[in-house]
Write a protein that binds this ligand. Structure first.
Ligand SMILES: Cc1ncc(COP(=O)(O)O)c(C=O)c1O
Length: 463
């Protein structure tokens, strides 16, 4: 029998519904809180998001229909292929069978358009004319710029300063799709000016850029601008579940009855959630699967930060979210995986950590770049520095399977390509990158101002 290197689905086979993990979590998701410590009501979010997306944000329905016009937007690049990494397996000499879902084939080069086109669609339906957002690595800014161009909306992106300087071509992509891109912190907003007054040389952070983008949306006197977030929130993770739902169909075609290990990198958590949530559903219902979200050692939100209530941004414009957080004022070191430099992590993923449904792992950047080099030289794809965290964990697991002599099935999300991230590769090749562990004192210092905040309840369920 000839080998199948990859599987495609037809457009007809694409899932017609998204999966909402909130419906199945053993410990129910705790609500976002307002400044008075009370749960916020959906209409309090109305100046920031359109109501149709707020409804998804708070929904407890397990399945949510994908509207037909959204399917037609997604057909531009979906369904995406699922690959078997035969060449990587051979190079590692592992008995494990390694698969990856290739989200790098979207027009913007990552999984981010899966939610960008959906959010742009719902904003347009709601009568919105302009969207604002932040971007770390530039992948999300590109995705929203692309989505807004498809739907005829204006788009304004605040890009974290360090990535703006490292990745000039991302800005040009956004401009090509008709968007405006400004380095953050900027002098355009009060939030940006406040940060610059205190720290004129700051590399910026997602937390700062989010404050700027929200401020730009809520201060528009026409009321026709809304903000859009590329990760973290429930509705964003919901839209990404199309990844895992497609993958399940493709794994069946590959004759795999069971997956042993599911891996994804985590910034805010959306690509990991997209692949993993449909498998977490199986785990909740008894399947034995190791589900591993991976983060950088230098920004260890899942492995070293506490589960607390914290703001999603530096200027405290977002409600308090129940999540693992290093503190909203934390500015992560300027590592090349810009999309993983976020102080918090999605409440749904934090809840899955608390419920022990996933086992987070942190990896140093040199090991990640080494993994990216191995991947490029075996499978051929030059992956994004963010994605390299997933590949490093895959290699760890494949080696373990070899030591144990076990034929495990390992699945990971190839969240994006790194063709515009070559500065990071250049630094790695020249030996200019170092590993960095966050000192405990820095974690403690950033968490100190949060001492008086409300605390989320811890679950009763012990798995
Ligand atoms: C290629 C890629 N992977 C992963 C991420 C991390 O984001 P998330 O955790 O929301 O998937 C980013 C964010 O910019 C990204 O560009």
């Amino acid at each position: 029998m000839s080998k199948n290197f990859k599987v495609f689905l037809s457009e007809k086979e694409m899932p017609r519904q998204w999966y909402n993990l909130a419906a199945d979590l053993p410990t129910p998701l705790q609500p976002p809180l307002g400044p008075d410590g009370n749960p916020i009501s959906p209409d309090m979010l109305a100046p920031v998001f359109p109501m149709n997306l707020i409804e998804q944000e708070v929904s407890q329905d397990r399945w949510i229909d994908i509207p037909e016009p959204v399917l037609e937007l997604l057909y531009r690049w979906r369904p995406t292929p699922l690959h078997r990494a035969y060449h990587l397996e051979k190079a590692l000499g592992t008995p494990a069978r390694i698969y990856y879902k290739n989200e790098s084939v979207s027009p913007a080069g990552s999984h981010k358009p899966n939610t960008a086109v959906v959010q742009a669609y719902y904003n347009k339906e709601f009568g919105i004319k302009r969207m604002t957002t932040e971007t770390g690595a530039g992948q999300w800014g590109c995705a929203l710029a692309f989505a807004c161009s498809l739907l005829g909306l204006e788009c304004k992106v605040y890009m974290v300063r360090v990535s703006f300087d490292q990745k000039p071509y991302r800005k040009l992509m956004m401009q090509t799709w008709g968007a405006t891109c400004t380095p953050s912190p900027s002098t355009e907003t009060q939030a940006g000016r406040d940060v610059l007054a205190k720290h004129p040389d700051t590399p910026g952070s997602l937390g700062i850029a989010i404050s700027e983008a929200i401020e730009a949306a809520v201060t528009d006197p026409t009321g026709k601008t809304r903000y859009s977030l590329g990760s973290v929130l429930n509705h964003v993770l919901l839209h990404q579940t199309i990844i895992g739902l497609e993958t399940k169909k493709q794994m069946k075609i590959m004759n795999e009855k069971k997956v042993d290990i599911v891996i994804g990198c985590v910034g805010g958590g959306s690509n990991f959630a997209g692949l993993a949530f449909p498998y977490i559903y199986d785990k909740i219902h008894g399947a034995k699967i190791d589900i591993i979200p991976v983060e950088p050692e230098s920004c260890p939100t899942m492995t070293r930060a506490p589960f607390i209530y914290d703001h999603g941004d530096v200027a405290k414009m977002t409600p308090l979210l129940p999540m693992n957080s290093l503190g909203h004022e934390f500015v992560p070191p300027p590592i090349h995986a810009g999309g993983l430099r976020y102080h918090g992590v999605a409440p749904l993923i934090s809840a899955a950590i608390v419920d022990k449904l996933v086992t987070p792992r942190a990896i140093h950047q040199l090991e990640c770049y080494k993994a990216a080099m191995i991947f490029a030289q075996t499978e051929g794809i030059i992956i994004a520095p963010e994605t390299s965290h997933a590949v490093a964990a895959v290699i760890q697991e494949a080696k373990k399977a070899k030591e144990e002599g076990k034929e495990k099935v390992i699945l990971f999300n190839l969240s994006g390509h790194g063709l515009l991230d070559l500065t990071g590769y250049e630094k790695y090749l020249k030996g200019e990158l170092q590993d960095y562990s966050l000192p405990q004192e820095e974690i403690d210092r950033n968490l100190k101002p949060l001492a008086g905040y409300p605390k989320p309840k811890m679950p009763q369920v012990v798995r």
